[in-house]
Ligand binder design. Structure first.
Ligand code: NAD
Ligand code: GLY
Length: 358
């Protein structure tokens, strides 16, 4: 099975990407020495679709398995939900020799990872991502956490999974809106790191829109490889890793202002990338044609590109809570043409935002 390795010394782990590999997870977990006693964290939607197959695959090779479900939705990525997970683990008498499996999208992955990072000061966990967004982004790299009413992902930890198991076949059941939202993070990798991959996306947008398995496997592998490379260079986001946040400062503001769960994270990132590209153009870092290519690709993939109607002041107020803020200054990831990006301090954000939202 095709594997991308995330090389982080003793925290290294494999990401296996394939089709029809869902029930082969047991052997892979053995390969990384994962605990025999496992708690699956999922939600009713994903649990209904894949819970039984996963439990059977694990039980049939002798693992002891418990399952806990949390309500489905970004609005439940909270400290309250986290507490309900700790309750379950304590009820199961979980100790440090037990492990968690996150079965679901980014919400489940972030919650489970943070629960794993903090329960008993840390127990092992593995990711079984079932949305495109989670397969290309959130399941890799060890960012875990929950939201706060004042901002996305404000409470969390860097905590790497021991293993990531990606079966792109699970994407067949994904609602169209969720699938399309995940494509935004795929486009992100092209803009920030790989002009060739961006061109491949332009040439294969129809295959991707049709969920062609071969195209998907390629897109997921390349995305995971780019993310792995960036995380290997800067695991705790001291510098380079911030480029993975391209479009996210605006995107998180869109999500927060609209209310969690109203606009999908990937949709908000698509809108955020357009704003970031326009900001880059305004600051002389990329050309009109680069912005036009990005807009065309996002539109071709049926992603939204227009920010919801809040005032520049409202956007700015939320953006001031962004985790990249330093000494009170907003910092944005901006693109240099297509295929490269870095972090920039914005000295006059009011002016930039009035221009962007004029
Ligand atoms: P999600 O987890 O809410 O999943 C989207 C919807 O799809 C949910 O209703 C879910 O139940 C359903 N679903 C999942 N898999 C399915 C399947 N195979 N078939 C049918 N339905 C399925 O949303 P998401 O877009 O996966 O993740 C968004 C979250 O990820 C946000 O909270 C965001 O902050 C986080 N995120 C984290 C990172 C990171 O590095 N940790 C990166 C990007 C995003
Ligand atoms: N999704 C951004 C990161 O993992 O750094």
């Amino acid at each position: 099975m095709p594997v991308v390795n995330v090389s982080l010394g003793e925290r290294s782990y494999p990401i296996v990407v394939g089709t029809g590999i869902f029930s082969q997870i047991g052997a892979a977990l053995d390969g990384v020495g994962f605990p025999r006693r496992v708690g699956i964290v999922t939600n009713p939607t994903v649990g209904e679709l894949y819970g039984e197959v996963l439990v059977d695959a694990l039980v049939s090779e002798g693992r002891q398995v418990s399952v806990v479900q949390v309500p489905d939705g970004e609005q439940y990525k909270t400290l309250t939900t986290l507490e309900s997970l700790y309750d379950a683990f304590i009820e199961w008498n979980f100790d440090r020799h037990c492990g968690l499996l996150a079965l679901g999208g980014g919400v489940i992955g972030d919650l489970t990872g943070f629960a794993a990072a903090t329960f008993l000061r840390g127990i092992p966990f593995a990711q079984v991502p079932t949305t495109l967004l989670a397969q290309v982004d959130s399941s890799v790299g060890g960012k875990t956490g929950v939201n706060h009413p004042l901002g996305k992902n404000l409470i969390g930890a860097f905590y790497q999974p021991r293993y990531v198991h990606i079966d792109v076949d699970t994407l067949k059941t994904l609602p169209s809106r969720e699938y399309v939202a995940g494509l935004a993070e795929v486009v992100k990798y092209g803009v920030i790191h790989d002009a060739g991959f961006f061109a491949w996306l332009e040439n294969n947008s129809t295959a991707l829109a049709e969920r062609d398995v071969e195209a998907l496997q390629h897109a997921v592998m390349v995305s995971c490889q780019i993310k792995a490379n960036v995380v290997e260079s800067d695991e705790n986001e001291q510098g380079l890793r911030a480029i993975l946040n391209y479009g996210h400062t605006f995107g998180h503001a869109v999500e927060t202002l609209a209310g969690y769960g109203v606009i999908r994270h990937g949709e908000a990132v698509a809108i955020g990338m357009v704003l970031a590209a326009r900001a880059s153009e305004r600051l002389g870092l990329c050309g009109k044609d680069d912005v036009a290519r990005l807009l065309a690709l996002l539109e071709c993939l049926a992603l939204p590109v227009t920010p919801p109607a809040f005032s520049p002041e409202e956007y700015l107020a939320v953006m001031r809570h962004d985790k990249k803020v330093k000494d009170g200054a907003i910092r944005l990831v901006l693109n240099h043409g297509i295929g490269s990006a870095d972090l920039h301090r914005v000295d006059k954000p009011e002016q930039l935002l009035s221009h962007l939202f004029a």
